[in-house]
Design a protein around this ligand. Structure first.
Ligand SMILES: Cc1cc2nc3c(=O)[nH]c(=O)nc-3n(C[C@H](O)[C@H](O)[C@H](O)COP(=O)(O)OP(=O)(O)OC[C@H]3O[C@@H](n4cnc5c(N)ncnc54)[C@H](O)[C@@H]3O)c2cc1C
Length: 390
């Protein structure tokens, strides 16, 4: 039986562990936290991410836990339109899903066979022996395949692609889900989701409905994400919330209402940045086996296009396909051949989106040069991925 160690239990790692186990691999999943926890707040999944979930057999209950968020235009802080709705051509709309609901679906997808080890913070990765092996300084885990899904600060990437590091994009971001029972009523006539762009600041929100709405098991609530130029804030969450309320004061409804209804415990601050340069390969041979880098460990990028999780799922769906083809070495080469150019294309779109966000903060002349519709177009272009074909 082929063996795999998956490092990291985020979206990429959970999806990879389940896919490998279902394909008959003996899988050990290592997570540095003591237990498996959902990531923060909610996620937008674009059609490419939904296709990847489908390819992984994880899309069955998705309708019951997700809400469609068709592109709804972009407003200025005073509420007037910067970009009218209905521009982007999409075959199907993106969806928004509560992280806890998605996490439950992934845990169910792990099945009974995956050996889950919490409290294991991998520090080392061995390349030059007969098989790959990773360790946390106490125990060494050896396998035919190691999937590095340990996020933007990946210890494994640091060993395999030392030149590639996580660099700040000059933004800080906050996410929150206001639970359904204290979510404010959205003003009549306003879309249940929306996006507003100020001078480098951005605020987007999406209703997740009431608990159990859409006939499914969704936890409901209202999700929002705020992006602000500058470094991470050192204050405790209550102080960060005060700053956010000040920075976004005077913005059109429902921005202030949502920030007023948010409690410090709802809030998660996150760095915004990218892995640069992109590693030369996402598939690294080691003896008779090898490593696959997936998700943010391989290619974290700013969240401007909300593509990180969808790309991680694409990685895993592609890995599943190439591994079904047989020998590990050629499969990892093929994995890299399929994924690296795709990631470079999305990065290009992400940089176009970043140019819009950053230019909004500069002179009016520059604003005129960059069409804010670029944001929607870049997002639609990034979503064009039809499936893992080896
Ligand atoms: C503000 C913001 C908004 C975003 N919005 C969206 C969105 O709407 N849609 C979208 O698709 N993407 C979005 N993203 C990006 C998305 O969150 C990430 O791309 C995605 O979660 C990456 O998943 P991952 O599994 O690769 O990594 P992670 O989620 O970072 O998971 C890594 C896991 O590895 C574990 N780990 C780390 N180091 C070790 C170690 N040494 N040993 C063992 N375990 C370890 C961690 O504890 C974690 O569980 C957003 C990002 C930000 C910052």
């Amino acid at each position: 039986m082929r063996t795999a160690v998956v490092v990291g239990a985020g979206v990429g790692g959970l999806a990879a562990a389940g896919a490998l186990a279902r394909a008959g691999w003996k899988v050990t999943l290592l997570e540095r936290d003591d237990r498996l926890r959902p990531g923060s707040a909610a996620l937008v999944l674009w059609p490419n991410g939904v296709r990847a979930l489908r390819a992984l057999g994880l899309a069955a209950g998705l309708d019951g836990i997700s809400t469609p968020v068709p592109p709804a235009g972009i407003r200025r802080p005073d509420g007037t339109w910067l970009v009218q709705p209905g521009v982007a051509e999409l075959e199907s709309p993106p969806i928004v899903v509560h992280r806890e609901d998605l996490h439950d679906a992934f845990i169910a997808g792990l099945g009974e066979q995956v050996d889950v080890r919490g409290g294991v913070a991998v520090q080392s990765a061995r390349v030059h022996r007969d098989r790959p092996a990773v360790g946390d300084g106490r125990v060494t885990f050896e396998a035919d395949l190691v999937v590095a899904a340990d996020g933007p600060d990946s210890a494994i990437r640091r060993r395999l692609a030392a030149a590639s590091t996580f660099a700040s994009a000059g933004f800080a971001a906050w996410r929150a889900v206001i639970p359904w029972y204290r979510a404010p009523e959205l003003p009549a006539g306003l879309d249940p989701h929306g996006e507003t762009l100020g001078s480098g600041q951005r605020f987007a929100y999406a209703s997740l409905g009431e608990r159990g709405s859409a006939g499914g098991s969704t936890r409901g609530g209202i999700y929002w994400v705020a992006t602000v130029p500058g470094a991470l804030r050192p204050e405790p969450p209550a102080g960060q919330l005060t700053l956010l309320r000040r920075w976004f004061s005077g913005w059109h409804a429902p921005v202030a209402q949502l920030l007023a209804a948010t409690e410090a415990d709802d809030l998660v601050q996150e760095p915004v940045g990218e892995i640069t340069p992109v590693p030369e390969t996402f598939g690294v041979p080691a003896g008779a086996g090898g490593y696959a880098l997936v998700g943010d460990a391989a290619h974290a990028m700013p969240h401007h296009l909300a593509q990180g999780a969808s790309l991680a799922l694409e990685d895993v769906a592609t890995l599943q396909t190439v591994l079904a083809g047989g020998a590990l070495g050629p499969a990892l080469q093929e994995y890299n051949r399929l994924r690296r150019p795709r990631i470079l294309r999305v990065l290009q779109q992400s940089k176009k989106a970043a140019a819009v966000l950053q230019t909004r903060g500069r002179l009016a002349a520059s604003i005129a040069r960059v069409n804010p519709r670029t944001l929607e177009r870049a997002a639609a272009a990034a979503a064009e991925w039809t499936g893992p074909t080896a």
